[in-house]
Design a protein around this ligand. Structure first.
Ligand code: HEC
Ligand code: HEC
Length: 188
């Protein structure tokens, strides 16, 4: 009887663990934490400054990777490095969940340049998605600030931002290609 009781308790405990929901990122906590991001990234992650990227609707996995990279010093930017050192893994997951849930921003762009960019964009879509919306580790480019996109492509080309995929791709692009691609993805 005692053994039966024990094994029933064990079974009950196991079933409790099995039915525990996987701890989801806490969007509300992310929203609260995002108060320190607004001055640069705008309300709800919609930036109105060309050098500050939109965070709204960005892929959460990608965003967490970037916050970790700023924290570890693998990606360099003095503003973001000083912000990221103060973020825990939970903060990062919560912030990413919050920003990912916000409606996407749209950048104002040069329509003629965007048309040229469209002709060169086919090679990007396999990773960044048909409409440039990204997927997992591949960032959303659609609607992003064109000046920010251009700076990232230049950083990848010069090697000051590291990514095995993007370093190789950016070396094949001219400055004019990068400007046109940045305008095209910004226009989506
Ligand atoms: C003082 C201004 C400033 C503040 C405050 C700030 N950021 Fe940033 N952030 C930047 C700049 C500038 C960049 C672009 C860096 C670059 O050019 O590589 C950036 C880039 C990022 C990126 C990478 C985006 C991408 O598409 O790769 C993420 C993610 C990010 N910030 C999240 C945050 C979060 C979350 C907060 C608040 C906790 C925050 N930032 C606060 C200035 C700021
Ligand atoms: C083989 C897959 C692959 C292809 C093809 C690809 N990318 Fe990327 N791209 C990535 C990955 C992965 C990252 C994220 C790198 C990181 O984590 O820092 C990225 C990041 C970027 C970023 C930085 C975005 C941000 O928010 O900071 C830009 C801009 C970009 N890619 C533009 C392009 C363009 C333009 C093309 C086509 C000419 C292209 N990519 C083709 C995989 C790819």
């Amino acid at each position: 009887m005692n053994t039966l009781k024990k094994s029933m308790t064990v079974a009950l405990l196991i079933s409790c663990f099995l039915t525990l929901p996987v701890l989801a990122a806490d969007k509300a906590a992310g929203e609260q934490r995002s108060a320190t991001c607004v001055s640069c990234h705008g309300l709800a992650g919609k930036s109105s400054h060309a050098q500050f990227p939109n965070l709204a609707a960005q892929q959460p996995t990608y965003m967490i990777n970037q916050l970790q990279a700023f924290k570890s010093g693998n990606r360099h930017n003095s503003m973001m490095e000083s912000i990221a050192v103060n973020l825990s893994a939970d903060d990062m997951a919560n912030l990413a969940a919050y920003f990912a849930s916000q409606p996407a921003a749209k950048a104002g762009v040069d329509a003629v340049l965007a048309k040229t960019g469209q002709e060169k964009a086919a090679m990007c879509l396999g990773c960044h998605g048909e409409a440039g919306v990204g997927n997992g580790q591949f960032p959303r480019l659609a609607g992003q600030q064109p000046d920010y996109l251009l700076k990232q492509l230049t950083d990848f080309k010069e090697g000051s931002r590291k990514s095995s995929h993007m370093n190789a791709i950016a070396t094949t692009l001219s400055n004019d290609d990068m400007k046109a691609l940045a305008a095209y993805f910004g226009s989506l």
